[in-house]
Design a protein around this ligand. Structure first.
Ligand code: AHR
Length: 656
């Protein structure tokens, strides 16, 4: 039975029995002795989480369900991440084009003189001339606007007459051949900016429609914040998230979500840093920004929406804020002055108030006005992302931490140990006494296999560890197995490593800046779960509460020291979880002995296996090439388990 994250778990009744092992064709090659009574470290409830960053069009054009690209005409040429220092060809009219029919003409330009909001300065001016017919403007969305038969789409815009142009607006979704799929009419705009809304119902499906706004008016018309959302967003939230992507993320059962990055926290310099205050309040008043990955972000998916999504999926929020310095990869490196540091610290303090403060506090009232008077329950905050080891950072960072800790003593601080497994800032994090320190590495699968014992010798006096970004540079089964091996080492050291998150989370086909490996790939309508995704899901949903020491021995030539094994136990329902990540090319039978359990113990088992060809990956044409297969079995305290080559499996054993 192939287990899809979209399908409920279905267990196939395939039974294998202790010692008889008819389903295990290979001889027993190794034995795992589990010392069920031995003490082991408790797993932190936040061990498995997610890292969200607006990279690879993960937010606009991705998780954020807005279908109109460049809705507020704020695009402009920016440095392209792939080709820097060259700029790409964005303009305020990117994704927009004129529509002219039957003798009516439209000229498009962008003005800033009488904006809807100063944070959102650009707006479209439509100059309409000619006689007869209609004219206007069309938006092509992100690779077209996908439309589903019978679905509802919520349209809105702000409009005003500038000079004449007193005629109703016709709103339509059009197929490439020009035929209408849905339409509605809005009254003629007035002389002042005003929001107009309507709902479109699609008469038929179309993978790449465009949104068209036309009028029979003559004169000049101003438009801004032209928006189209599917009604069917995740949890039916307005200004919401793409349901299929949000559901794929929710199915990981992440215990925390880090946001908004990643490098975009830094931007390309202090002026381009991600400032959370620009991303809250009415979307028409937010300040759009471009990000260091070379494209624009509307900030429609902003801090309120991040907190709300965390709440919706049961993940603890982990915002990451800049520490007053720029990313060390950006030249010239920038650092704020000691006098300016106060502003950056105040942003962090105010964020805690935005998340948790009373509804009548300055920032709590902003949250309440957005529809969430209750606290979001923020308990931890990251200061800095993957900082480089600079004198400026070493001077500023302790001041930041001291001031923040004094103002917000109840918030756990997640510091940054810097880029690479060498963790160059670990001493600074230890000296400043941050609670948890974040380390990042993107390495070949062999590195993950060779480093499954990385944390065995880690100093227990130092801050706890958050492996905040990691990936083995590929989305094949082999990559996923290597990451699983590494995670078994993390569970063994659960007293030291308290949080992990794979990165990046999302990637839109054809729009990636991070090409080697991403957890979830998607296009306009489809979602592909990688083998790496299934590893994250398996580990997250079978973490268990306490690590249980075990010992693997073998008299065969199977290199069992390469195999990653972790046994955990959940006290509440007396459930055992045994994770076996086998990077070896050999299949073998593993005898498992739960030493210490009475011989008459009867256990009900569920076995979930991820296996296949070493280099196999999932894609749009073969989304389920590698997917978990679930089966049921009965066992006693000693039983045999078939172990396929290149596989990850989780056994879940509960009392019968
Ligand atoms: O995950 C992609 C990038 O890798 C992140 O933005 C950055 O923190 C890291 O270098």
């Amino acid at each position: 039975m192939r287990l899809s994250p979209r399908l409920p778990l279905v267990v196939l009744a395939a039974t294998f029995f202790p010692r008889l092992a008819p389903a295990a064709p290979n001889p027993v090659a190794a034995t795992l002795h589990v010392d069920t009574a031995a003490p082991g470290p408790a797993l932190d409830p936040h061990l498995y989480g997610i890292f969200f960053e607006d990279i690879n069009y993960g937010a606009d054009g991705g998780l954020y369900a807005e279908l109109v690209q460049n809705r507020s005409f704020e695009y402009y040429p920016v440095r392209d991440w792939a080709t820097r220092p060259a700029t790409n060809d964005f303009t305020p009219l990117t994704a927009w084009s004129a529509v002219e029919r039957d003798g009516r003409h439209a000229r498009l330009s962008v003005d800033i003189r009488e904006p809807l909001d100063p944070h959102n300065p650009n707006y479209l001016v439509l100059r309409l001339t000619g006689t007869g017919g209609t004219a206007g403007v069309a938006n092509s969305g992100y690779d077209g606007i996908p439309v589903t038969t019978g679905a509802l789409y919520d349209f809105s815009l702000y409009a005003r007459q500038l000079d004449g142009a007193a005629a109703p607006l016709h709103i339509a979704l059009e197929a490439p051949d020009g035929s209408e799929i849905a339409s509605a009419d809005l009254p003629a705009p007035g002389a002042d900016w005003a929001k107009q809304t309507t709902t479109l119902t699609a008469a038929r499906a179309e993978p790449a429609a465009r949104l068209v706004v036309t009028t029979a008016a003559h004169g000049r018309l101003a438009l801004d914040m032209v928006s189209l959302f599917p009604r069917d967003t995740f949890k039916a939230r307005p200004n919401g998230l793409r349901r299929d992507l949000a559901e794929a993320i929710a199915a990981l059962h992440p215990k925390f979500m880090r946001f908004p990055g990643g490098c975009i926290v830094h931007g390309t310099g202090l002026a381009n840093a991600y400032r959370w205050k620009d991303t809250v309040g009415d979307v028409a008043t937010r300040r759009p920004n471009w990000n260091r990955w070379g494209y624009h972000q509307s900030c429609g998916l902003g801090y309120f929406e991040y907190f709300q999504f965390c709440e919706d999926i049961g993940a603890a929020p982990l915002p990451i804020l800049p520490a007053g310095v720029s990313c060390g990869f950006e030249k010239p490196f920038q650092a704020c002055t000691p006098a300016e540091l106060g502003t950056w610290i105040q942003d962090a303090i105010d964020l805690v108030e935005f998340a948790n403060g009373p509804a009548d506090s300055r920032w709590g009232s902003v949250r309440a006005a957005m529809g969430h008077p209750a606290s979001f329950g923020l308990t931890m905050l990251g200061i800095g992302n993957e900082e480089h080891d600079t004198a400026e950072l070493r001077a500023l960072y302790p001041k930041f931490i001291d001031a923040f800790r004094a103002a917000c003593p109840g918030i756990r601080i997640v510091g940054t140990s810097g880029l690479s497994p060498e963790i160059p800032l670990h001493d600074l994090m230890t000296a400043t006494g941050v609670d948890i320190s974040d380390e990042h590495y993107y390495r070949l699968p062999e590195w993950f296999l060779q480093n499954q014992h990385r944390f065995d010798a880690f100093a227990r006096r130092a801050p706890r560890v958050y492996v905040g970004e990691y990936a083995s540079k590929g989305n094949t089964l082999y990559n996923a197995v290597a990451e699983a091996v590494y995670l078994t080492g993390i569970e063994r050291n659960a007293d030291q490593v308290v949080m992990t998150s794979y990165a990046p989370l999302l990637a839109r086909y054809g729009h990636t800046q991070w090409t080697q490996a991403n957890l979830i790939w998607f296009d306009a309508t489809r979602v592909v779960h990688t083998p790496n995704y299934y590893v994250q899901q398996l580990f997250s949903t079978s973490a268990g509460g306490r690590y249980v020491p075990s010992r693997l021995s073998s008299a065969s030539d199977i290199p069992v020291s390469d195999v990653g094994i972790s046994v955990t136990h959940r006290e509440e329902d007396d459930t055992w979880f045994i994770k076996i990540a086998n990077p070896c090319p050999q299949a073998f039978t593993l005898r498992i002995a739960l030493d210490g359990l009475p011989p008459q113990t009867h256990l009900t088992g569920r076995r979930t296996v991820l296996a296949g060809d070493r280099d196999a990956a999932n894609d749009l044409d073969h989304p389920d090439r590698i997917a978990p297969v679930v089966s049921a079995f009965a066992a006693g305290p000693v039983f045999d388990c078939p172990t396929p080559p290149m596989s990850v499996q989780v056994l879940r054993l509960a009392p019968r």
